[in-house]
Design a protein around this ligand. Structure first.
Ligand SMILES: *[C@@H]1O[C@H](CO)[C@@H](O)[C@H](O)[C@H]1NC(C)=O
Ligand SMILES: *[C@@H]1O[C@H](CO)[C@@H](O)[C@H](O)[C@H]1NC(C)=O
Ligand SMILES: *[C@@H]1O[C@H](CO)[C@@H](O)[C@H](O)[C@H]1NC(C)=O
Ligand SMILES: *[C@@H]1O[C@H](CO)[C@@H](O)[C@H](O)[C@H]1NC(C)=O
Ligand SMILES: *[C@@H]1O[C@H](CO)[C@@H](O)[C@H](O)[C@H]1NC(C)=O
Ligand SMILES: *[C@@H]1O[C@H](CO)[C@@H](O)[C@H](O)[C@H]1NC(C)=O
Ligand SMILES: *[C@@H]1O[C@H](CO)[C@@H](O)[C@H](O)[C@H]1NC(C)=O
Ligand SMILES: *[C@@H]1O[C@H](CO)[C@@H](O)[C@H](O)[C@H]1NC(C)=O
Length: 323
């Protein structure tokens, strides 16, 4: 009779274990004696609900850890996917770097996700870092390797910052090897393109020029008055000249001029007169030639000289010079 009952219970257990643990009956309206058992009669304990084990003791034992697999018969004997080391109650999580959710009881996994490495896939391949190893170590890291957790590293030349993602003060560029221009305020410029805020008297995107009208060290010198449009080279002050001016920096008046803006014309005062010159050139070779070069200098600009004796003298010389 007892045997028949057990047999019946087993059949029920297989066929219709639909009631929640602790209940049984056609409508699940009846109570099992042991609350954590699935049962088919009040005294039966067919299997344990999740989190409990040992059917022989009517599932009265609580599983030691939610990450353990415990069965009807025993407590933690293996770990659920995602955790490992059952002898320590599966308290360890498999690394997020493990491809798939499971790992061996010693934490190793067969294959790692991209960018992860190590037997437990808990570090990053060289050059990567971050929780997902998806971030690239900074270009400034020596050997392109960095701490796999936080990206800190030893810096190459000219780089700075914990992650070596900055340049040393006053530098910029892909390799941080370019110098911010002298005109950059506080000697700092944009790390990528070197643009900056300009110090006084400087201009340009990279403050590499002096403002209009200035040149030289610190852009502290003023372009000379004779510079066309008051503009001159930032470095040496050279410029194109206004009318009446000459010299590299257009800071002297042209011949015959002086005074404010070189506007005075000395010819009016009769100080200078036309001066004829002549040169003789002896060309040596198989034959000798003589060259007469006559030049009349200092004819006043756009003006008529007060005294024309010199030009007359010059004409005379031209006429007297042999062919
Ligand atoms: C299950 O319970 C029985 C009865 O209480 C006990 O003898 C046995 O040691 C327990 N098994 C485990 C694995 O705890
Ligand atoms: C394991 O992961 C769980 C949730 O995923 C988390 O609550 C727990 O703190 C982790 N344990 C360890 C040791 O990191
Ligand atoms: C970890 O366990 C696996 C499977 O048992 C084994 O093949 C592997 O050698 C173990 N690794 C280490 C580092 O103990
Ligand atoms: C890592 O990946 C997870 C899921 O893809 C994402 O939610 C998280 O933001 C990532 N973390 C980092 C630091 O990239
Ligand atoms: C990065 O990690 C290293 C080593 O764990 C640590 O010494 C350093 O302080 C960390 N840096 C930051 C910014 O968290
Ligand atoms: C930075 O360094 C690399 C490697 O030495 C070189 O190829 C590249 O041209 C450099 N870039 C600049 C802007 O100097
Ligand atoms: C320029 O000055 C502004 C305002 O002070 C500041 O926000 C900005 O960061 C500066 N730019 C550079 C490249 O230093
Ligand atoms: C700017 O230029 C002026 C005039 O050339 C000069 O006096 C001044 O010292 C310059 N300012 C700076 C900050 O160099």
């Amino acid at each position: 009779m007892v045997n028949n009952l057990i047999l019946l219970s087993l059949i029920n257990a297989v066929v219709c274990q639909r009631c929640p643990s602790g209940m049984f009956g056609e409508q699940c309206e009846l109570f099992c004696k042991y609350p954590h058992c699935f049962c088919n009669s009040p005294l039966d304990c067919t299997s344990c609900e999740a989190g409990y084990f040992n059917t022989s003791a009517n599932c009265k034992f609580t599983c030691i850890s939610p990450t353990c697999k415990c069965t009807n018969r025993d407590n933690c004997h293996s770990c659920k996917d995602g955790s490992y080391r059952f002898e320590n109650n599966c308290k360890h999580n498999c690394s997020v770097g493990c491809d798939g959710t499971a790992c061996y009881n010693n934490g190793t996994c067969d294959t790692c996700k991209p960018y992860f490495s190590g037997s437990k896939c808990d570090s990053c391949v060289d050059g990567q870092y971050g929780a997902n190893c998806s971030l690239q170590c900074s270009l400034g890291c020596a050997g392109k390797v960095c701490n796999s957790r936080n990206g800190t590293c030893h810096c190459r030349n000219y780089f700075s910052g914990e992650k070596c993602d900055l340049c040393v003060d006053g530098n910029y560029g892909e390799n941080c090897s370019l110098k911010c221009s002298q005109g950059c305020e506080e000697n700092t410029c944009n790390l990528r393109d070197g643009t900056c805020n300009c110090s006084t008297n400087y201009s340009g995107e990279q403050c590499e020029n002096c403002i209009r009208d200035r040149y030289g060290e610190g852009c502290s010198k003023t372009c000379s008055l004779g510079c066309l449009e008051n503009t001159c080279s930032s470095t040496d002050g050279k410029c194109d000249c206004k009318e009446f001016y000459t010299g590299d920096r257009c800071d002297v008046c042209r011949d015959g001029r002086n005074g404010d803006h070189c506007l005075n014309n000395n010819y009016h005062k009769g100080k200078h007169k036309g001066i004829p010159t002549s040169r003789r050139l002896h060309i040596l070779g198989s034959e000798t030639r003589q060259l007469h070069h006559l030049q009349f200098t200092c004819w006043p600009d756009k003006d008529v000289p007060d005294d024309v004796t010199r030009i007359i003298e010059f004409r005379q010389r031209v006429l007297n010079t042999p062919d």
